[in-house]
Design a protein around this ligand. Structure first.
Ligand code: BEZ
Ligand code: FE
Length: 281
C-alpha cells in the first residue's frame, strides 16, 4: 500500500501512452507490498542476489508452476475463479499430471486392469445439477496414482494411460468405476522448490487423492480432487488444497459373500460421492 509520504513504486504513465489498467493495479499493489517487506525486514544485497539466483533456477528447472503450488498461490487463484459457483461441488487445482484425451470407456468402468496391485476401490455416485436434477450423460475424466503413489507417466512399469479414464454417467446421472486405492506421494523435490521446502522445514507430501473433471452440457465444468479419509497427510498437504467437503469415507468389505458378489477374492473398499454442477448463466 502506498502511503502519502511514499511515492508509488511505479510511475504514472506518460500522457497519451496506452496503459493496461488491470496490469497497472496488480503491479502497483504487489510492488508496494514487496517494497514494504524490503524496508521492514532490511533485506540485504546478498539476500537479494540469493533470491534472484533462486528464481532463475526455478525457471531453468521448469518449476514455476510447482513453486506457485507450494506457495498456496494456485489454490488461492482457484478459489477466486470458482468460489462464486456456490451451488457447485468445491473445485480444486488441476495439478501438472493431467493428460487430456484419456481412453473413453463404457460400463463396467475400470481405471486399470483386474491385475492392478493394490486394494480394489469401487467409487460410485450421481452427477446432478445444482438444483438436484440428475445430469444424464455427464462426462467424468479421472486420473490418479497407483498404490505406490506413482502416476503412469512417471513409472515405466505401468501401462500407458493406466489409472486414467473417461466415461459417462447413465441416464439417471449415476456413475460407478473400479480402481485401486491411490497412495500419498511426494511432489518433485530434487530441484530448487525441494530446496526451498527443506530450508523452511516443510515436507513435499500430498495426501492420497483422485483427480476428476466432471462436465455436462449447459453447466460450468468442474475440476476437483477427492481425498481418502484417514490419510496421514490430510491436514498437512504441501499445496494446501484439501477441503473437508472433498474428503470421502471408505467402507471396507471383508465378508466372503460381499467379495463373491463383486467377483473378488480379496477385501475391497467402497466410496460414494455425488457431484453438483452449476448451470451456465
Ligand atoms: C497433483 O496433485 O497431481 C499435484 C499438484 C500440485 C503439484 C504437484 C502434484
Ligand atoms: Fe495428484
Amino acid at each position: 500500500m502506498t502511503t502519502a509520504n511514499q511515492a508509488s513504486p511505479i510511475p504514472a504513465a506518460a500522457a497519451g501512452q496506452p496503459v493496461d489498467p488491470r496490469l497497472h493495479a496488480i503491479v502497483e499493489r504487489v510492488l508496494g507490498d514487496l517494497h514494504a517487506a524490503v524496508r521492514d525486514l532490511e533485506i540485504t544485497e546478498p539476500e537479494l542476489r540469493g533470491a534472484l539466483g533462486f528464481l532463475t533456477e526455478v525457471g531453468t528447472a521448469g518449476e514455476w508452476q510447482l513453486f506457485s503450488d507450494v506457495l498456496g498461490i494456485s489454490v488461492a487463484v482457484d478459489a477466486n475463479s470458482h468460489d462464486r459457483l456456490a451451488q457447485a461441488t468445491a473445485s480444486n487445482v488441476e495439478g501438472p499430471y493431467y493428460r487430456p484425451d484419456a481412453p473413453l470407456v463404457s460400463p463396467p468402468v475400470s481405471l486399470c486392469g483386474d491385475d492392478e496391485p493394490g486394494e480394489v476401490l469401487l467409487v460410485s455416485g450421481q452427477v446432478r445439477a445444482a438444483g438436484g436434477q440428475p445430469l444424464p450423460g455427464a462426462l467424468l475424466d479421472v486420473w490418479q496414482t497407483n498404490q505406490a503413489g506413482l502416476y503412469e507417466h512417471e513409472d515405466p512399469s505401468q501401462p500407458d494411460w493406466n489409472l486414467r479414464r473417461r466415461f459417462t454417467a447413465g441416464e439417471d446421472g449415476r456413475y460407478e468405476f473400479r480402481t485401486v486405492a491411490p497412495a500419498a506421494y511426494q511432489i518433485p523435490h530434487s530441484g530448487p522448490v525441494g530446496r526451498f521446502l527443506a530450508a523452511l522445514g516443510r515436507h513435499p507430501w500430498r495426501p492420497a487423492h483422485l483427480h476428476l473433471k466432471v462436465s455436462a452440457a449447459g453447466h460450468w465444468p468442474l475440476t476437483t480432487m477427492l481425498y481418502l479419509d484417514g490419510d496421514p497427510w490430510l491436514h498437512d498437504d504441501t499445496i494446501f488444497s484439501v477441503k473437508p467437503e472433498l474428503v470421502v469415507a471408505l467402507e471396507r468389505h471383508e465378508r466372503p459373500e460381499d467379495m463373491a458378489a463383486r467377483g473378488l477374492d480379496q477385501p475391497f473398499s467402497t466410496a460414494s460421492y455425488d457431484f453438483a454442477l452449476e448451470p451456465v448463466g
